[in-house]
Design a protein around this ligand. Structure first.
Ligand code: CDP
Length: 217
């Protein structure tokens, strides 16, 4: 079972790392945060209010039934509004259940031509793939994460301040860590990488060393 699970808080660098690792070792990559963002966006477009449990469940089941990976490429999903709304729908247990099989199927059937699967999110190592042979938990200081997310949004022409990004990020992290179902936390057997003082290239090297030691590639 060639599965790499990467979890961590908002803007910790886990997505960039996961994409690079996937590319380097020929694994398929699933950004599970994008799934929750997609559900949140769908609630706002078609079903109503992301804070309403029933609207969120209806949207999650709709997204599951009509899922197509290309839908995750919608740039609107990257907006902060979608991230905040995602963390609201993500507290609802039935929303998480609706997205469970999709994620697990991806992990075990990454598709022809791929040697394995890499998934990033909040509960990959704890709930989605508890038997994954490699589990990483990527963190960084609040300051560094806010700086990264601010630059990322500004580079897309979105006008934000670092203070507002930091506030939203902390609010979202608190919600993700405090929820009853699948809270964000490192799995007992996860290796934590603090990316605060690492360049993307250094992070990649560190992750690849761990992965190559644990998987026979
Ligand atoms: O990109 P960023 O790290 O800011 O967030 P994301 O990975 O796109 O996730 C957006 C939100 O979806 C998170 O704040 C979580 O509330 C939720 N999420 C989750 O509950 N479980 C996952 N496996 C992935 C994301």
């Amino acid at each position: 079972m060639n599965i790499v699970a990467i979890d961590g808080p908002a803007a910790s660098g886990k997505g960039t790392l996961a994409r690079k690792v996937a590319d380097k070792i020929g694994f398929a990559y699933l950004d599970t945060g994008a799934l929750y963002r997609f559900v949140a966006h769908t609630v706002m477009q078609r079903f109503g209010d992301p804070s309403d449990k029933n609207d969120a469940i209806e949207a999650a089941e709709f997204c599951r039934d009509f899922f197509d990976p290309s839908l995750l490429d919608n740039p609107d999903l990257r907006l902060d509004e979608a991230g905040q709304a995602a963390s609201k729908v993500a507290v609802v247990p039935k929303v998480r259940t609706a997205l469970l099989d999709l994620q697990r199927n991806f992990a075990v059937n990454p598709g022809a031509g791929f040697k394995g699967a890499i998934l990033d999110g909040r509960d990959i190592g704890t709930v989605i793939c508890p038997d994954a042979p490699v589990k990483l938990f990527v963190t960084a200081s609040d300051e560094v994460r806010a700086e990264r997310r601010t630059k990322e949004l500004q580079s897309k022409g979105i006008s934000v301040t670092k203070a507002a990004v930091l506030k939203d990020m902390r609010e979202r992290d608190a919600r993700d860590a405090a929820r009853d179902t699948a809270p964000m936390k490192p799995a007992d057997d996860a290796i934590t990488i603090d990316s605060s003082d690492l360049t993307p290239a250094e992070m990649l090297d560190k992750a690849l060393d761990i992965i190559k030691e644990r998987l026979s590639l």
